[in-house]
Design a protein around this ligand. Structure first.
Ligand code: CP3
Length: 342
């Protein structure tokens, strides 16, 4: 019996959509907070395979989600290319900036990434052994543009101004950086697949700030290259692309990049996404994560709405963005019961 997520990714319309949740291993779960406290800090948790595997398994044990997503972070890959990475408590990630020709030229060679990232592959191997047979293991990486915004800016920002400035003022350096990240991402995801990931997902969280030709050059083109390289090396491996807040850019994205599934954020309606994106194949999404904070009848109604809107085509139920620390574990159970029970 093929796993439900893999069936949906092949285009099958299932009576009940398979379900998992972005950030399903996270601070809303008491067992996550306990393991995180044991690790001491977030990066130690990411680089300790037994603990990273443990937090990946926690939401599977508690809820029986149809997929587990490797516990790691999109910023581990740029860190493996050289720049220092740390997390400021309550503020998010900080990185040594990479925005000059010399800094891009001095990034470590692609093949050196495995020195830093081998614990991540070990986490994947543990999970491939320990997950229930019906659960799909998803690996992931950040898409080049989103990773570049953190490398150039040294931190997250609402408008990604630093990366947009570099793109405008020193295009060759910006393009060289995108190129380096693209090559490294191919090797990183390929190693995750070799270790046992059955699906990979590309998170382009800031794709929405790329407009027109920039969207084609820096969201679509790198995704297309990564997907083509992975499919050449690992025939049949499904890829989920998440060009978050792409808006009209979602239309035809699967077709232009070769992605098997497009994940949709909750700034667009499920009806719009069904009519414009699901026509090309599987979609994933797109319940607003806020419903898992508020719960109640509004959660039930919104969950049913998403299920119904996507019911005529291949669909993987998910949120439009990651679950927040304020969400309640009971509301997650209510969402799952609603998806599975009607
Ligand atoms: O979905 C999953 O649970 C898999 C693991 C995962 C994490 N981050 C764990 C994490 C994945 C896929 C990511 C992706 C990620 N990381 C993105 C792209 C998706 C998105 O959410 O937009 C980005 C932009 C990052 C960078 C990052 N990592 C930020 C901005 C932060 C701080 C924000 C926050 O929630 O605190 C992180 C930290 C992070 N990554 C946490 C988790 C569970 C919280 C760390 C903690 O335990 O304190």
């Amino acid at each position: 019996m093929t796993k439900t997520i893999l069936r949906a990714l092949k285009g099958e319309v299932l009576p009940t959509p398979p379900i998992w949740m972005m950030r399903q291993a996270g601070r809303y779960l008491p067992e996550y907070r306990e393991t995180r406290a044991k690790a001491g800090d977030f990066l130690t948790l990411c680089y300790t395979p037994e603990l990273a595997a443990e937090v990946t398994l926690q939401p599977i044990r508690r809820y029986g989600f149809d997929a587990a997503i490797l516990f790691a972070d999109i910023l581990l890959l740029p860190q493996a290319l050289g720049p220092k990475l740390w997390f400021e408590t309550g503020e998010g990630p900080r990185m040594e900036t990479t925005d000059t020709p010399a800094q891009v030229a001095n990034l470590r060679p692609t093949e050196a990434i495995h020195d830093t990232l081998s614990p991540v592959y070990e986490t994947v191997r543990i999970l491939a052994r320990e997950l229930p047979r019906e659960t799909t293991l998803i690996g992931f990486a950040g898409a080049p543009w989103t990773v570049a915004t953190y490398m150039v800016g040294g931190r997250g920002s609402k408008d990604q101004a630093a990366a947009h400035d570099l793109k405008a003022q020193d295009r060759p350096t910006f393009e060289a950086l995108i190129e380096r990240i693209t090559e490294a991402t191919i090797e990183y995801l390929s190693a995750q697949i070799q270790a046992g990931a059955e699906v990979v997902k590309l998170f382009d969280s800031w794709a929405g700030s790329l407009k027109g030709q920039d969207f084609r050059d820096f969201a679509e083109a790198p995704a297309a290259r990564i997907i083509a390289a992975l499919k050449a090396r690992h025939p049949g491996i499904p890829v989920i692309a998440f060009p978050r807040e792409a808006g009209q850019g979602y239309i035809g994205f699967a077709h232009r990049t070769g992605a098997d599934c497009v994940a949709i954020d909750n700034s667009v309606s499920p009806e719009w996404a069904a009519a414009n994106v699901q026509v090309d194949g599987c979609v994933q999404g797109n319940l607003a994560p806020e419903h898992l904070v508020t719960g109640g009848q509004a959660l039930v109604a919104a969950t049913r709405h998403v299920v119904r809107a996507f019911s005529k085509g291949p669909h993987i139920f998910n949120l439009g963005h990651g679950i927040t620390p304020e969400a309640s574990p009971e509301h997650v159970q209510l969402m799952i019961d609603t998806v599975r029970g009607g």
